[in-house]
Design a protein around this ligand. Structure first.
Ligand code: ADP
Length: 374
């Protein structure tokens, strides 16, 4: 047989077979139904095993839980509400497992009374995609739950541990007062260490509490003018700015030119506040801070950089600094709890952005950046 001898219908049949497409034709009025060989193969049969075929063939293989959805969509198409029928449904395989199919069809003839008559359509095996989708959703759900649990744990731990700690603190102070002069210089030193240790622990618990509150206690996301977050943070930091005689510039200089973003207002303020307060804090003691906040537009997001002229960061250490309690300095050198950058990361990631450290173009100091979608 030469290629010219194939009629169009035959060619079409072969193309569909090659693409792995099952076909069905259903007379809605009489129930008469025809399938191609591939339709049967998807559910593990040879076509002759299913003969004689009618609409019950389909019904008996379809998953009972998917029938209502499929019927509703067919009905919508019959009523002319949709241009075609489409549904993802499960079919029982000959070996007993379920196969996912993408079922699509369209009415092609109507009766004299204008009732839908023949509808023809296709079955495409989408089991692999569906299983991947389901596994992905399961993993995402697992992750969501374990994140929630962790946050709850961090909250409960930090909140509840503060109570007995307060007790330790106040009894230590009472003891110190009562023993007063009786304490030898050495014992007094030890008592001081104990008090300082308890206070430090309280600061750390408070910081952890703060961290666990990001996303749970903050204002919901709304359309927010990013410059407002910057301005408010600068306002909160006024005492530090004045003390250190810091120079702070921002670009674009005109704050009106800064964008509106979908964000939680108080979290944006907090984000700027944490980065700016670090830029003020980690300075050379004999140099006033010189800080630049710049906004640039990149493909699908805004990039905000906070650059300072301070002590800078070893690039190899930068990644771990975004984890809770990670610091590069002692309490004596620079006070802090090591949670500020972890809060920054949590806020940015909650807003779908990224955060990191870049080489500072001015050669000295550090450059932190974060991104927000446009
Ligand atoms: P904290 O400031 O309370 O220690 P952070 O999480 O804000 O906590 O910062 C973690 C560490 O990152 C700091 O201890 C410091 O070592 C380093 N760091 C943060 N910001 C800067 C900066 N602008 N310049 C230099 N080092 C910084």
């Amino acid at each position: 047989m030469k290629i010219e001898d194939f009629d169009e219908k035959e060619s079409l049949k072969n193309i569909l077979w090659g693409m792995g497409v099952g076909t069905w034709e259903w007379n809605i009025q009489t129930g008469e139904t025809r399938f191609n060989e591939r339709w049967a193969e998807i559910v593990g049969f040879r076509l002759e095993e299913l003969q004689p075929t009618n609409i019950d063939t389909w019904m008996s293989l379809a998953h009972p839980d998917d029938l209502a959805e499929s019927e509703a969509r067919l009905d919508a198409h019959f009523k002319g509400e949709t241009d075609f029928y489409e549904c993802e449904a499960r079919m029982r395989h000959k070996e007993g497992h379920w196969v996912w199919v993408l079922d699509r069809g369209r009415i092609i003839t109507w009766t004299a009374a204008n009732e839908p008559e023949w509808i023809v359509g296709t079955h495409l095996d989408i089991t692999e995609r569906k299983e991947m989708e389901l596994a992905f959703h399961e993993k995402a759900e697992e992750l969501r739950l374990s994140n929630k649990e962790l946050e709850q744990f961090a909250y409960v731990a930090s909140h509840d541990l503060r109570q007995p700690l307060r007790m330790i603190n106040s009894y230590l102070q009472m003891l110190e007062r009562r023993l007063g002069k009786e304490l030898s210089a050495e014992n007094k030193k030890m008592m001081d260490f104990a008090v300082k240790g308890a206070q430090r622990l309280d600061q750390m618990l408070l910081a952890l509490l703060d961290y666990s509150r990001v996303g749970r206690k903050g204002q919901p996301k709304e359309s927010f003018h990013l410059a407002e977050g910057l301005q408010e943070a600068l306002l909160f930091l006024q005492p530090d700015i004045q003390d250190s005689q810091a120079k702070i510039r921002w670009e674009p200089e005109n704050l009106e030119a800064w964008p509106q973003v979908q964000a939680s207002p108080d979290e944006m303020t907090r984000l700027f506040q944490n980065l700016l307060s670090n830029a003020l804090k980690y300075r050379y003691k004999d140099q006033s801070p010189d800080i630049r906040v710049t906004l640039t537009s990149e493909q699908e997001h805004w990039k905000i950089r906070v650059q300072d002229n301070g002590i800078g960061i070893d690039p190899e250490q930068s990644e771990r600094l975004f984890q809770v309690f990670q610091r590069l300095h002692t309490q004596q050198e620079y006070a802090g709890t090591g949670v500020g950058l972890a809060v920054v990361r949590k806020i940015v990631e909650r807003h779908g952005g990224q955060v990191g450290v870049e080489p500072n173009t001015s050669g000295q100091g550090s450059c932190f950046y974060f991104t927000l979608s446009c």
